[in-house]
Design a protein around this ligand. Structure first.
Ligand code: ATP
Length: 323
């Protein structure tokens, strides 16, 4: 009988629980024992793992967050920390590890696989910046939460003829802002990948008013050079000349905590099942993800050394649709 462990790491994402559930139940179906590591890589170092049976993962598919807890663990970035983690896995006769998380977490997974331990990663981050999966667990739900907020803000913006700005997550990747902007009908979008000129943004908003729009909405990524703070300050400093001010709303962690929608539950379930299958087949040191509607595996060294390109043609589309 094989003993495997599963952990969630980095930022929590809606659907992580569904992935844990799938790993546990498909593992049990193979006749394995499955252990849950608490608080990501920190739990590996602290030797904090518990056996999970089918009932332990009952009632979690609809819950956001992660039942295992997550953490940012500085010790795991050191060789000493990783060796301690490895010794704890070996102590418990664990033969395979599933790591559910984003870029940093999969870099950690790659580091353990380099020590010779069988690891399979599951693509999960609301940022959607992970190479090897066109869409990652949590993105769809986070987008829907952002959209709900945007739709509500547009109602009040229209009533008061105001310019609104909504900042969504995305330190290095503008995917959330781009898609929330397009699907929320924003007049302008600012993302880290494309240089933003605040004067041009102001002109776009002014033109929107001139075309008879009752409101103007900008969606920005937190990592954009002109994020909520920078843009609000700029508009404040030049308010007389620009003619209006911006009301900013930062959605922040509100985007993370929602109940996963059907898309994320299904994606997480498929990826969780695929990860245990890869462990069974001995295909380790890989990330399971979704590409062209098919579950794929990509070597972790490729995942961590590649940057996922953003389809910037969507940016142009957003510009056209804002007319
Ligand atoms: P998100 O995209 O949602 O923020 P993430 O997985 O990218 O998730 P990080 O905080 O970057 O989140 O990484 C999570 C954890 O992975 C870190 O706290 C650390 O323990 C581990 N990790 C990150 N980078 C490395 C690295 N270079 N080597 C070893 N471990 C790492």
């Amino acid at each position: 009988m094989k003993r495997i462990a599963v952990l969630t790491s980095g930022g929590d994402a809606p659907g992580m629980n569904a992935a844990i559930r799938a790993v546990v139940r498909t593992g049990l179906d193979m006749g394995w024992q499955v252990f849950g590591v608490q608080n990501g890589y920190a739990g590996l170092g602290d030797d904090n793992m518990v056996e999970l049976n089918a009932r332990d993962v009952a009632g979690i598919i609809q819950r956001g967050g992660t039942m295992l807890g997550s953490a940012r663990c500085a010790a795991f970035r050191t060789e000493e920390g990783r060796k301690l983690a490895l010794s704890n896995l070996i102590k418990h006769d664990i033969e395979g590890l599933v790591v559910i998380g984003g870029n940093g977490s999969q870099t950690g997974a790659y580091e353990i696989s380099k020590l010779g331990f069988p690891v399979v990663g599951i693509a999960s981050t609301i940022d959607n910046d992970l190479f090897g999966s066109e869409i990652t667990i949590g993105v769809d739900t986070a987008l829907n939460i952002a959209l709900e907020a945007i739709d509500r803000l547009k109602v009040t913006a229209s009533s008061h003829h105001r310019a609104f700005l909504v900042e969504v997550m995305g330190r290095d990747c503008g995917y959330l802002a781009l898609v929330a902007g397009i699907t929320g009908g924003a007049e302008a979008i600012a993302i880290p990948e494309i240089e933003t000129n605040p004067e041009e943004l102001a002109a776009e908003l002014r033109h929107a008013y001139e075309r008879g729009k009752a409101h103007a909405l900008i969606v920005v990524a937190e990592g954009a050079r002109y994020n909520a703070e920078a843009l609000t300050n700029y508009f404040k400093a030049h308010s007389e000349r620009l003619g209006f001010e911006l009301r900013a709303t930062q959605l922040g962690h509100v985007q993370r905590g929602g109940a996963p929608g059907a898309f994320d539950r299904l994606l997480a379930t498929r990826l969780g099942a695929a990860a245990t299958q890869q462990l069974a087949l001995g295909n380790t040191g890989v990330l399971v993800g979704l590409q062209k509607s098919v579950i794929t595996k990509t070597p972790l060294d490729v995942v961590v050394s590649s940057k996922k390109p953003l389809d910037t043609s969507l940016f142009e589309l957003a510009r056209i649709l804002a007319k």
